[in-house]
Design a binder for this molecule. Structure first.
Ligand code: PRX
Length: 655
């Protein structure tokens, strides 16, 4: 889309606008104006109206230790109370909180009252094991009701959870236990995905066996399949034994608003994944507001966010947001293509889903699948229950957007393309469905109260139409509070001196449309890749590669991929001779498996190319820009005169 042409906007359907919680541009503008005229007063009003406080706050924003901002610091609350008890007190005890469907199609339902009982029993069982406020607990579980219960039980007793995605390796579990100094792990014997059983508890054992996990005193294991699952006496306990005889009443731990609710490890441009630390009060506020305003959640909605609880989307829009609003939601264990690529559409039909939130990568793979096997196309299903669609995690290409809008939403459901990050806690730039005219591929305008703009390298705000760095100019309640164990890295990553520590640096490039001011995200500006909406650091993958005994050196870059957004491409120098033919194929497989073992299958490089060396400048720096061109298959247009070893390019063009 040219920045000089005005693009065609798709208006939100009148029927939707009529009933929307925030209805019409004037209502949106009024909220933005309120925030502009009294920024802290605006957030304080919302925090009083949307969150239940045990002890009301009198302080709003504390900037005295910027960029370590505090919100509502003298208020006390409990997140699980806000998600469960307050709904039951409001008469929703018998309302279904969660409908879960397993990989093989078993459906379970729990009401708010049942969910609270489960959370309380586990919370009491954890307390009986000595787990207390401030302790860190790793959760490495299958997607299902118990995963949500485990997170809520931690919140109930003030323990800080750190969920590790079930697709990550034993080594990743070990690294997170070690960095967080966790006292306990809650896990599942095996998870089921796509018809396969994948062991989780054994991976916890392997991770702990790698060493550095002496802090772990308890491993709680939920039985999912009953598969082989060795237990270590004294340390390992079955979930059912932990809750046996425990009361279903549990006094919440009332914590300060700034008490860390969770750590979530995510990739950065350097080093190991960082433990993003979130607060209790500010985080909860944004989870609630975005459910009500971006998702327009109403009492009779059936909401389905397809994200795993291992990602931030599964925190805010599975475990916390929908429950804090008294909603009914779907939780799904499996994958979109099992038993076939009609699974999502069948589930929407069966459960009468009204709001559906997924990632562009899933949409693209389902488009492809329905082209090859029309029996899996959405048109074979009754999707008339849908009223709103959402996407998250990566830019959505306009063609995929249009397919989603027409084939899934029947051209009657607005799409909210929500831009946000692990660090932001909730939506930052997004359409509001009853307000914002949509442009496919644009996340449109900031959520009311969020102050986002685009600046150049010096921090100067750019005119609309000019590409630059996306920044947030004012602290907001649900923002990252710190990086666990690494306050310096927090400052360097998000509040760099280049901008005098004034702006939150998102790490994304962006451009605003000259006419509408709409934001489009142009991709990461650092060495972070986005593969199928999963965030991966190139350095992490490089470290995994060089930990293989045969690898002398490795450089990892991304290249565009039609299906996964970006694909991982690794350039590798082996210690011996450069392999060719069959030997190269064998080595590629071996290195892919090695990365899967070190990090997880999602980090496997799609391409691996071998060279006798890597292209370097005369001062020895790897020329990554050049590698990116090679990975894309572009002719290397740039000047290679500074290159120490130009002959190497031929080798790296492809095996
Ligand atoms: O590059 C942006 C991309 O995903 C990154 C954040 O990844 P993560 O912390 O794993 O959180 C993903 C789920 C919130 C961002 O820096 N991203 C996320 N949403 C969008 C997006 N890019 C474009 N459009 C989006 N809607």
């Amino acid at each position: 889309m040219s920045q000089n042409e005005s693009v065609q906007m798709i208006q939100p359907p009148a029927e939707f606008v009529r009933k929307a919680t925030i209805s019409g541009m004037a209502a949106y503008q009024a909220l933005c104006d309120e925030a502009a005229s009294d920024y802290t007063g605006y957030w304080a009003r919302l925090a009083r109206e949307h969150v239940n406080w045990k002890q009301p706050f009198t302080q709003i924003l504390d900037e005295s230790k910027a960029p370590f901002f505090k919100w509502f610091a003298d208020g006390k609350l409990n997140v699980s109370y806000n998600c469960l008890d307050r709904n039951i007190e409001a008469g929703l005890g018998d309302k279904v909180a969660i409908i879960s469907e397993t990989d093989d199609g078993q459906v379970r339902r729990v009401t708010y009252r049942e969910l609270l009982a489960k959370v309380n029993q586990l919370a009491n069982g954890m307390r009986a094991r000595g787990i207390k406020k401030g302790d860190r607990v790793i959760i490495y579980m299958a997607m299902g009701i118990e995963g949500v219960v485990a997170m809520q039980a931690c919140a109930r007793i003030g323990a800080i959870h750190s969920v590790v995605f079930g697709g990550f390796s034993a080594q990743s579990v070990r690294d997170r236990i070690n960095d967080a100094g966790a006292v306990a792990v809650i896990t599942t014997d095996e998870q089921c995905r796509g018809g396969k059983k994948l062991p989780l508890k054994p991976a916890v054992d392997d991770g702990i066996a790698l060493g550095g996990c002496e802090s772990i005193k308890t491993v709680i294991v939920n039985k999912r399949t009953g598969g082989h699952c060795p237990m270590l006496a004294g340390r390992d306990l079955w979930w059912d034994d932990v809750i046996a005889g425990q009361s279903d009443v549990c006094e919440p731990e009332w914590v300060d608003a700034e008490h860390p609710l969770f750590l979530l490890y995510t990739s950065g441009s350097t080093g190991k994944p960082k433990g993003v630390q979130h607060s209790t009060g500010g985080y909860l506020l944004h989870a609630v507001l975005t459910m009500k305003w971006t998702f327009d959640l109403k009492p009779d909605d059936i909401f389905w966010c397809t994200a795993d609880i291992g990602w931030v989307t599964g925190h805010t829009y599975v475990t916390y947001g929908p429950l804090a609003c008294g909603g009914t939601q779907m939780v799904f264990e499996g994958v979109p293509v099992y038993p076939d690529a009609g699974r999502f559409w069948k589930m929407i039909q069966d459960h009468k889903i009204t709001i559906f939130y997924t990632a562009p990568t899933a949409i693209r793979s389902l488009i492809k699948a329905s082209d090859t096997n029309p029996a899996t196309a959405p048109s074979n299903y009754d999707l008339s229950s849908l009223r709103l669609l959402g996407t998250v995690g990566e830019p959505i290409n306009p063609a995929a957007w249009m397919w989603y809008y027409e084939s899934v939403g029947g051209s009657r459901c607005p799409i909210v393309d929500t831009f946000w990050q692990t660090e932001t806690g909730g939506h930052m730039i997004t359409p509001l469905p009853g307000v914002t005219p949509m442009v496919p591929g644009s996340c449109t305008l900031p959520f009311p109260g969020i102050q986002a703009t685009v600046v150049d390298e010096t921090g100067t705000e750019l005119d609309w139409g000019k590409g630059g760095l996306l920044v947030v100019t004012k602290p907001w309640p649900s923002m990252i509070r710190n990086i666990w164990n690494d306050a310096d890295r927090f400052k360097r990553s998000y509040y760099p001196d280049d901008f005098n520590g004034k702006y939150y640096l998102a790490g994304d490039g962006s451009v605003r449309d000259v006419h509408s001011g709409y934001f489009t995200i142009t991709g990461r500006i650092d060495d972070v890749l986005n593969v199928s909406g999963h965030r991966m650091g190139t350095m992490e993958i490089e470290s995994a590669l060089v930990s293989h005994p045969m690898v002398a050196e490795a450089a990892v870059v991304g290249r565009p991929d039609d299906l996964t957004g970006e694909a991982i491409c690794a350039f590798v120098v082996l210690k011996g001779a450069r392999p060719v033919g069959e030997a190269a194929k064998k080595m590629i497989k071996e290195l892919q498996d090695h990365v899967a073992k070190e990090i997880g299958p999602i980090a496997k490089p799609k391409d691996i190319r071998f060279g006798e060396n890597l292209p370097k400048t005369r001062s020895g720096k790897i020329m990554r820009r050049l590698l990116r061109s090679l990975a894309k298959g572009d002719t290397v247009a740039q000047d290679v005169s500074t290159l120490e070893n130009p002959a190497i390019l031929e080798q790296l063009r492809g095996n």
